[in-house]
Design a protein around this ligand. Structure first.
Ligand SMILES: Cc1cc2nc3c(=O)[nH]c(=O)nc-3n(C[C@H](O)[C@H](O)[C@H](O)COP(=O)(O)O)c2cc1C
Length: 237
């Protein structure tokens, strides 16, 4: 059920009421709040190595069965400074960085070509946890991209060829026609990894672990790279 525009404007015009616009929303956004009850994060429990800490957190997300626990928001910035964010899937991480795959000619790819600074955010609601990663993105080797590409289902491999990601298209049927064409072209042979498709590895400079706590007094610990080691600081929530 959605509220009609009359109901929305009646809500917004109620005298003495805080006005927060929320179009087509059948409930009060202001009243929507969750309290966080986890036992919290202590400095003493953190691994000095944020990649190992990330591994501990990721394992917990796997153990509680969060769906698409590897989904993360990726922020890039356009040349004029305008940031933009979209979801991508984490496909690997180690001390060199956090890897995702995409089309290098997409909007994000074009941004990263000019400005490799990237931000990643993972939110695991079920664990009341957030992880933020800021760093520098660089392309993974062609070999690594090809290896991952060939591990994907055939449909996804073809999809990577079909989609000129982020370009305007007139209709879905253009994609479907291109798919049929490529199915024929690659029939019975290994589909090569497109030269315009591959991975980025975000080498972290800062990693923040956030744990929800009561009264919005959350726990935040930020690791900042200092050469080969990391400085750890508690941040105000
Ligand atoms: C959960 C989720 C995971 C996604 N994973 C990827 C991904 O790994 N790589 C990718 O290129 N796009 C992925 N997408 C699509 C992107 O969010 C985005 O629409 C696309 O990459 C185009 O972004 P751009 O135009 O900003 O470059 C995903 C979307 C969702 C909702």
């Amino acid at each position: 059920m959605v509220l009609g525009s009359a109901a929305i404007s009646a809500f917004s015009q109620t005298p003495g009421r805080l006005i927060f616009a929320a179009v087509n929303l059948p409930f009060d956004l202001i009243a929507l709040r969750e309290e966080y009850f986890t036992k919290g994060l202590r400095r003493i429990d953190l691994d000095p190595d944020p990649i190992k800490e990330f591994g501990i957190w990721f394992t917990a997300a796997v153990e509680v069965g969060i769906s698409e626990m590897n989904a993360m928001a990726l922020a890039t910035a356009a040349e004029n400074g305008q940031p933009t964010t979209r979801m991508v899937l984490l496909k690997g991480y180690d001390h060199d960085g956090f890897v995702f795959y995409t089309n290098y000619l997409s909007e994000k790819g074009r941004h990263l070509e000019k400005n490799p600074r990237a931000g990643l955010v993972i939110h695991w609601k079920e664990l009341e946890r957030q992880i933020r990663i800021d760093g520098i993105a660089e392309k993974v080797s062609r070999d690594e991209s090809a290896r991952y590409f060939h591990s994907r289902p055939l449909g996804s491999q073809l999809g990577a060829w079909v989609s000129h990601q982020s370009e305007v298209i007139d209709a879905r049927r253009i994609l479907e026609a291109r798919l049929s064409e490529l199915e024929e072209r690659f029939a019975g042979q290994e589909i090569p990894c497109p030269p315009f498709w591959g991975g980025y590895r975000v080498k972290p400079e800062r990693i923040e672990f956030w744990q929800g706590r009561p009264n919005r007094l959350h726990d935040r610990f930020c690791y900042t790279r200092e050469g080969e080691s990391w400085r750890i600081e508690r941040l105000a929530p």
